[in-house]
Ligand binder design. Structure first.
Ligand SMILES: C[S@@+](CC[C@H](N)C(=O)[O-])C[C@H]1O[C@@H](n2cnc3c(N)ncnc32)[C@H](O)[C@@H]1O
Length: 215
């Protein structure tokens, strides 16, 4: 049924947000990649390096999913806000880790949060934005960090062959909006947002792109 509204009256911004909100909203607690994906970041050594570089305990997880990374941070004593566009994901975080402040929010509204953060993480979120949205997102994340704050960015470009709205499920009922980002796309966008890249790992077999950036 998505194909009907896709062509009538929605601009690309809304199509992207709605497509992914519907997909992940339906998944909720069934989203199962979080543990494995966090482990890959830990295995790179850059998770610990990100934590070591934080000047304080206030951390925001954007596109938090079921809250795997957010819970890991909260369990280690960080003061965590976890935001996701899908209400079912937010409900799962609240159930699993009541200490975390979990909120339903489009990451592009991050500038509406009345808080400054020492760290912001986005693990496998940016695949769900087009270029204009990503430019906006990076600038807003930069604006939401305290001076010297850090941004941990993790993404991969191997899940789907192309950029755009495409079928996610074999039965032809579920869609995803996904962007195949290249390294050469991302570095200039981070620089435009005034981030300094302090460390990065290029994608390898079974391991994602990982950037630690500083404000
Ligand atoms: C691939 S999952 C990754 C989840 C989590 N970061 C992890 O690593 O387990 C992407 C998540 O981003 C969320 N998402 C997609 N578009 C979003 C948006 N515009 N704002 C906030 N969250 C969004 C989805 O609902 C989903 O939970």
């Amino acid at each position: 049924m998505c194909a009907i509204w896709y062509n009538v009256g929605m601009d690309e911004y809304e199509q992207i947000i709605s497509t992914n909100k519907a997909l992940y909203g339906a998944l909720g607690a069934d989203y199962a990649d979080g543990e494995v994906d966090l482990q890959k970041v830990k295995d790179s050594g850059l998770w610990q390096e990100f934590l070591d570089g934080l000047n304080g305990k206030r951390v925001l997880d954007l596109g938090a999913g079921v809250g795997v990374a957010a819970k890991e941070l909260a369990d280690s004593g960080y003061d965590v806000i976890a935001a996701d566009i899908a209400s079912s994901m937010v409900a799962e975080i609240k159930k699993k880790a009541p200490r975390i402040k979990a909120i339903e929010m489009n990451a592009l509204d991050v500038d509406r949060l009345p808080a400054e953060f020492d760290g912001i993480i986005a693990i496998h979120l940016i695949q769900h934005f087009n270029k204009a949205q990503l430019e906006e997102l990076f600038k807003k994340i930069h604006g939401q960090l305290a001076d010297g704050g850090e941004f941990l960015l993790v993404f991969t470009n191997t899940c789907y062959k192309k950029t755009g709205r495409q079928l996610e499920s074999d039965d032809g009922t579920e869609y995803i909006w996904w962007h195949k980002w290249l390294l050469e796309d991302i570095a200039p966008l981070l620089a435009d947002a005034k981030f300094k890249i302090v460390k990065f790992q290029v994608q390898k077999t079974n391991s994602p792109f990982i950037f630690i950036c500083k404000k």
